[in-house]
Design a protein around this ligand. Structure first.
Ligand SMILES: Nc1nc2c(c(=O)[nH]1)N[C@H]1C(S)=C(S)[C@@H](COP(=O)(O)OP(=O)(O)OC[C@H]3O[C@@H](n4cnc5c(=O)[nH]c(N)nc54)[C@H](O)[C@@H]3O)O[C@H]1N2
Ligand SMILES: Nc1nc2c(c(=O)[nH]1)N[C@H]1C(S)=C(S)[C@@H](COP(=O)(O)OP(=O)(O)OC[C@H]3O[C@@H](n4cnc5c(=O)[nH]c(N)nc54)[C@H](O)[C@@H]3O)O[C@H]1N2
Ligand SMILES: [Mo]
Length: 884
């Protein structure tokens, strides 16, 4: 198929040449750090080029997409000169100020060239040499990940893929086709999944990834996943960053916003497993806890308030709020059909189970000193405006559901809910959720996501016809490898008949729990197809690999950044080699599979982007009415080559396309404030929540029912501390005598600056800039006789990895930490992963709400007697077809 013609708009460049691509390939392969500037996490001044030097340098700045799912959204621009991307730039559309910060690009965004033009870029369709269609012996499944590749034509690839899809559906039904990662409902990357939906469905993966237990619990208990607006938080007196490290995992504005709070006099306290970068930069106090034990600590904090409350002289408990707005705090506020004895206050006091949940009780579990637990509880309760902001990380543990309940219970007691400057909330892992996710702008098919309930999704939305036959991520590989049934969404057991895996916009073999089990499952398949930009783990273990264009090679995207920005990025270069977009691949396959192309893709990419931009709206300062984002004229419509209607808006559409970014100017009193639960607090009857009782559910029957419907692990209706599978308790052979067991360390994985999940994991200069060690406390290192730089072998129930150890007291004793997202690199003889992929260690332990519990994993660490690891930025790239 011919490359897509460029649309002729002013912002598009004629494209980079093959010659210049090769130049970049060799640079990236050699690990030369020639790719742009570094530094960005909020505080650094950017040294990036400015828009004004466009003409001086004779090139064109093009707003270019960074598609990584990093929870932030930096603004990137590429300077294209003589068909080559020569520099990277960032937001220069307005002066940088605390109220209106520029949307700076991060080190990863500035290194995009290393990925797009890197040596492991997939260039052609290819097939694994010893694989043949038809399943069974023909597949030589055991050779997946270690076979050779041969280049095939697109025609051959499409024929093989469509024949296998048809054969597997005929033999095993639609659920014979497994799509890991779930089918995203985002315009521009969902077409391969949509194609399967139109063919009768496929077996899809379920199970929350990012938000852990919050994904289900937030709705059930009524605590939103949104924190207050960044301006509102400046009015706090105290912000407790609980398990929160935005300097690493919400790069860009959030840490800078917190700095404005600090400048405004807010005190910061951090509660975390490791003394993280944000804590080091912002906080006045740090409390170390063990992974997965926060619920115990919060419950003990409730105990402190309950037992020390003195309504006259030292009021600690917000009784009025508990009375008006909550269900289940004490025996007088229970749902009618519940046993009054099951109330939360009596559990905390130990009235019926004989165990008061004292700070001493919690301290033994969470590791924080009892005095610190007591002090923190009292300080929050005595502070007029206190906010507790929690990342979802501790909810990605085995006791995640209980943690959500515990945060609600303590937050409600301490008077943190529904008031300016106060909150108790999860920030949902994504910077743009901070302050209410879609409260400042809205738009066509909600800015690119066609979820059932979002604005403009309309008839575009279709669901998977196999509604219930979705396999939970924690059973996805085990049901295949052990040939055991999985529990579907309707709570019934089903056999997993998957014979074909189709990987698209994800890398779940690397990013889902139990990578070693995943490899076994892959090797049992008839056929594995993977469509990707670079030679990821899923591609490495596939049979047919389809080369996909990056966003730089496509028309563009329009999306939300933080709460205040909308970004429109454009095409930077022509599609490289033989790459096609998912949309083009789906449309090409539709011909072979007999799928209706009009239903598959009602609009062209260009028209879809235009529609989304045209429908985008911005909230006015009255907080009620909305303005169109763009003005569109007849001549704009012609110039863009789309169908549309002229309209009035805030900026001319072509200006937005050229600049790439629209920023809503903010001031502290601009009427766009957001305080979660404010209206509810003021009038709970008039503004009931969408919970079963309309109130905040400290006692939540719906959560029990929900956990039953998953069929994995049932929970209690109130926050109780329950030792999770592979939690702290599991590090002991004998809890009473505290004798350590076979896996004596808790393992924690972090979202690190080096990559966004596995995206960017292959870029040598990022590998060089940000290390990827196993962090260990000096006390433990001394016990084990390790020194910084030693190569160590980390072993869990699920697999083994090698890492250089970094001895540092930023990590709590008894815990070892490592980044997540490294591209697994298994030594076929030993079965050991030398890249340090965290999912080789983290297993698919079943959880109450079906989410993943990466941060409850236990390991042992041994000295490695083999060859020490070489620095990974010097490793060979996964280059399949070398260019001469
Ligand atoms: N650089 C980078 N940024 C990213 C991503 C990435 O891959 N790379 N991924 C993005 C995505 S999709 C998501 S969902 C978010 C996730 O972001 P988060 O949910 O915030 O996850 P982390 O950044 O791993 O962890 C945040 C902090 O929680 C601490 N922590 C972990 N477990 C516990 C616990 O049980 N108790 C306590 N008290 N602390 C704990 C960690 O030590 C860390 O300091 O990050 C986003 N940001
Ligand atoms: N152990 C452990 N595992 C984790 C986590 C953890 O904390 N610990 N965090 C989890 C979290 S929060 C998340 S969100 C997940 C993320 O897990 P994944 O969703 O698997 O994320 P990525 O690794 O970024 O993989 C995205 C892939 O899509 C490809 N891609 C990008 N654009 C396109 C496109 O247009 N078409 C196609 N076909 N491919 C494209 C990229 O090259 C990349 O390989 O990881 C989870 N995994
Ligand atoms: Mo995530």
């Amino acid at each position: 198929m011919a490359n897509k013609p460029l649309d002729g708009s002013t912002a598009v460049n004629p494209g980079i040449t093959r010659r210049s691509l090769l130049k970049w390939s060799s640079l990236a392969a050699a690990g030369v750090a020639a790719l742009g500037t570094t530094g960005c996490a909020g505080f650094n001044e950017s040294t990036s080029p400015v828009g004004s030097d466009v003409t001086a340098e004779g090139g064109t700045w093009i707003p270019c997409s960074c598609w990584a799912d990093c929870g932030s959204k930096g603004f990137n621009k590429a300077l294209v000169k003589n068909g080559e991307v020569v520099r990277m730039g960032t937001d220069q559309t307005h002066e940088d100020s605390p109220d209106c910060p520029q949307l700076r690009a991060c080190a990863r965004g500035r290194s995009l060239r290393g990925m797009i033009f890197g040596a492991d870029r997939i260039k052609y369709p290819m097939k694994r040499k010893n694989w043949q269609p038809g399943g069974g012996e023909n597949a030589h499944g055991e050779l997946r990940g270690r076979d050779e590749w041969e280049r095939i034509s697109w025609d051959e690839a499409l024929q093989l893929v469509s024949d296998e899809i048809k054969r597997v559906i005929a033999e095993y039904g639609n659920e014979g086709i497994l799509m890991p990662g779930g089918v995203p409902q985002r315009l521009g990357d969902f077409e391969l999944g949509r194609m399967m939906y139109l063919m009768g469905g496929c077996l899809e993966q379920t199970g929350a990834v990012s938000s852990g237990a919050w994904t289900e619990m937030a709705k059930l208990i009524g605590l939103t996943e949104n924190t207050n607006d960044r301006m509102d938080l400046r009015k706090s007196d105290l912000i407790v960053l609980w398990a929160s490290n935005p300097a690493w995992s919400r790069t860009g504005a959030p840490t800078y916003d917190y700095l404005q709070c600090k400048n405004a006099g807010v005190k910061f306290i951090s509660v975390d497993v490791h003394y993280n970068a944000t804590a080091r930069a912002l906080t006045d106090e740090f409390i170390a806890v063990r992974p997965g034990t926060d619920a115990a600590m919060l419950i003990a904090m409730c105990y402190v308030l309950l037992t020390q409350d003195d309504p006259e002289n030292d009021p600690l408990v917000d009784w009025d709020f508990l009375d008006r707005c909550c269900i289940g705090f004490d025996a007088d506020h229970m749902p009618e059909d519940a046993d009054p004895k099951d109330n939360f206050a009596d559990y905390v006091l130990g009235t019926y189970d004989g165990q008061p949940k004292t700070p001493e009780w919690a301290s033994e579990i969470c590791g924080a000193p009892a005095e610190s637990i007591e002090k923190l509880a009292l300080e929050i309760a005595r502070t007029e405006r206190a906010a507790i902001i929690m990342s979802p990380a501790p909810a990605r543990t085995g006791s995640g559901a209980q943690l959500c309940q515990a945060l609600l219970s303590f937050g409600a007691m301490a008077g943190c809910l529904g008031k300016p400057g106060c909150c108790a909330a999860s920030d949902a892992g994504h910077a743009w959720m901070q302050g209410g996710w879609n409260t400042l702008h809205k738009g066509g098919a909600y800015l690119g996501s066609i979820l059932k309930d979002t604005v403009g999704a309309g008839e575009l939305y279709i669901g998977n016809p196999l509604e219930h036959k979705k396999v939970n991520v924690n059973q996805m590989w085990t049901s295949i490898v052990n040939e055991e049934p999985y529990i579907g969404l309707d709570g019934k057991e089903y056999e997993n008949p998957a014979h074909l895996i189709f990987d698209r916009h994800e890398n779940f073999l690397n990013q889902g729990p139990g990578t070693m089990l995943g490899i076994e499952a892959y090797r049992k398949m008839d056929t594995v197809i993977a469509a990707n930009i670079v030679m990821t783990t899923t591609c490495k273990y596939a049979d047919i690999v389809l080369p996909v264009t990056s966003m730089w090679e496509r028309y563009g995207v329009f999306e939300q950044a933080y709460r205040e920005q909308m970004i429109w990025t454009s095409q930077v270069c022509e599609p490289l080699f033989e790459c096609k977009s998912d949309l083009e691949i789906a449309l090409a396959l539709a011909d072979y599979l007999g799928v209706d192309k009009q239903l598959l893709a009602p609009n062209s990419e260009k028209q879809t982007v235009f529609n989304t931009v045209a429908e985008a709206k911005v909230l006015n300062k009255d907080g009620v009415t909305w303005d169109n984002l763009v003005t569109i004229t007849e001549s704009d419509i012609q110039e863009l080559g789309v169908e549309g209607t002229p309209q009035e808006g805030l900026v001319p559409i072509l200006d937005l396309k050229r600049d790439g970014i629209y920023t809503i100017e903010r001031t502290e009193d601009d009427g766009r404030n957001y305080v979660p639960l404010k209206a509810f607090r003021e009038d709970p009857e008039g503004n009931p929540l969408k919970t079963q009782t309309g109130k905040l559910e400290i006692y939540c029957k719906a959560a029990v029912e929900k956990s039953r419907s998953f069929g994995f692990v049932e929970i209690d209706p109130i926050a109780k501390y329950v030792p999770p599978t592979e939690g702290y308790e599991s590090t002991f052979a004998d809890w009473e005598t505290k004798e350590k067991g076979e896996y004596p360390y808790q393992f924690l994985n972090l979202h690190i600056l080096r990559h966004s999940h596995s995206t960017f994991g292959n870029v040598p200069n990022l590998r060089e800039a940000f290390d990827h060690p196993l962090y260990m406390n000096p006390i433990d290192a001394q016990k084990e006789s390790f020194e910084t730089g030693d190569t160590v072998l980390v072993t869990s129930h699920w697999g083994k990895v090698l890492r250089p150890v970094l001895v540092t007291d930023i990590v709590t004793p008894g815990v070892v930490c490592m980044g997540q997202g490294a591209w697994v690199e298994i030594d076929e003889e030993t079965g050991i992963d030398k890249a340090g992929c965290s999912n080789v260690l983290c297993g698919p332990n079943l959880t109450s709400m079906g989410y993943q519990s990466w941060n409850t994993c236990v390991v042992r660490v041994d000295k490695w007697d083999g060859e020490p690891l070489a620095p990974d930025h010097l490793w060979d790239a996964r280059e399949v077809f070398k260019e001469d």
